[in-house]
Design a protein around this ligand. Structure first.
Ligand SMILES: NC(=O)c1ccc[n+]([C@@H]2O[C@H](COP(=O)([O-])OP(=O)(O)OC[C@H]3O[C@@H](n4cnc5c(N)ncnc54)[C@H](O)[C@@H]3O)[C@@H](O)[C@H]2O)c1
Ligand SMILES: [Mg+2]
Length: 352
């Protein structure tokens, strides 16, 4: 059966999912909401909204932790009424997920002026007072939240940012119109469809067998070293990007490489980080650092990296002794890659 068979047919089709796993049901429900504007509008009635102001998420402090509060459609309509605004701004909300019980989750930015909204943006301080929370920059917010909320808010911000930056058709110059879920925008004058974009980036931990290569850019926080990263160029495979970036940035040739994991990363714009381990050709370890890209690059022994990883751990931060360098925060895939290398020295790589 085709998935593209109209609303009634799709509903019948979805009825058959009741015996499927919760996860499958959830993904099929989200698919339905992305495709069907009426179903998505209906889901907003019972859904939950996460709020942003100029791409900063609303957080509330609870005990020692920040939480991302949810608001119902009714609460939002009351809030907008309080500030003398109608509900048109709700059309700018985007679908970001749903609970296992199929409560749809949306994100809405109250501080951006979009083409579909004639409303002026709401004043940040006034909304913060009304909602008893604070709009906190995502660069800070991500590290204050649990993993689930951090991931949800970074998806939400990426989608809100994409819509904000794609309000006009690049061919006709006319305003584009988003569908209800925000999974695409269409130019009404020529029907060109625009889908949210993600830029693929490879991040590679290079090893010479006993040491790993860590690098720093001048934009990194003071003292922080990370694995080597680079955007994929058009026409490249991931393997080709890894080889090119390592040659470009530190003048080495990759011998073997293997995939480790991937992560959506919202800074500074939405990227898909694809993490790999690589080894260099035997005996070729002399670095020629490209100073237009990097501030520094150096080889570090497993013991040195293991020591810094232990010090990075919150329970060991009081420990005395100078830390020679810092590693990326736990949430970053670079951290996971470095930790994996320290803990699993013998992986079985494939030829590059
Ligand atoms: N999550 C993590 O653990 C982690 C760790 C390191 C880097 N990163 C991210 O990886 C990304 C890339 O790292 P990098 O700066 O070393 O890349 P890079 O080595 O490719 O250098 C960046 C340069 O590439 C060019 N470029 C090509 N395509 C681009 C595109 N689509 N968007 C922006 N610039 C593009 C620009 O000239 C830019 O200055 C950064 O966004 C960074 O935040 C994430
Ligand atoms: Mg780079």
């Amino acid at each position: 059966m085709s998935l593209y068979c109209g609303t009634a047919c799709r509903r019948k089709f979805l009825g058959a999912y009741r015996l499927l796993s919760t996860y499958v049901n959830k993904t099929r429900y989200l698919f339905e909401l992305k495709e069907d504007d009426d179903a998505c509008k209906k889901a907003q009635q019972t859904g939950a909204f996460y709020l942003f102001h100029n791409l900063a998420p609303l957080l509330q402090k609870s005990e020692h932790q920040y939480v991302a509060p949810q608001h119902s459609l009714l609460e939002l309509e009351r809030l907008l009424g309080k500030f003398g605004q109608d509900s048109q701004i709700l059309e700018d909300s985007v679908l970001i997920g749903c609970s296992e019980q199929q409560e749809a989750w949306f994100a809405l930015d109250l501080g951006l002026n979009s083409s579909s909204s004639i409303n002026a943006s709401l004043q940040k301080a006034e909304v913060e007072t009304a909602l008893q929370g604070s709009f906190i920059k995502l660069t800070k917010a991500l590290f204050e939240l649990n993993v689930k909320d951090a991931s949800l808010l970074s998806t939400a911000q990426a989608l809100l940012r994409w819509h904000d930056a794609h309000q006009f058709c690049s061919r006709s110059g006319q305003p584009t119109k988003k569908n209800v879920s925000g999974s695409k925008r269409v130019c009404p004058s020529n029907n060109i469809i625009y889908y949210p974009q993600v830029a693929p980036v490879v991040i590679t931990l290079v090893s010479d067998g006993t040491r790993c290569l860590l690098v720093r850019q001048s934009s990194f926080p003071k003292g922080m070293y990370s694995a080597l990263a680079g955007f994929c160029d058009i026409g490249e495979s991931l393997e080709e990007t890894v080889r090119r970036e390592i040659a470009e940035e530190v003048g080495l040739e990759v011998d073997r490489l293997h995939y480790s994991a991937s992560q959506h990363w919202p800074f500074p714009h939405s990227t898909l980080m694809i993490a790999c381990h690589a080894t260099v050709k035997p005996g070729q370890t002399e670095l020629q650092v490209n100073l237009r890209e990097l501030e520094a690059a150096a080889w570090f022994s497993r013991d040195e990296v293991a020591t810094v990883l232990r010090r990075n751990h919150p329970s060991n931060q009081q420990q005395s002794g100078a830390v020679p360098f810092r590693l990326p925060p736990k949430l970053a895939i670079a951290h996971q890659l470095i930790k994996e290398w320290v803990e699993k020295p013998t992986c079985s790589p494939l030829p590059a």
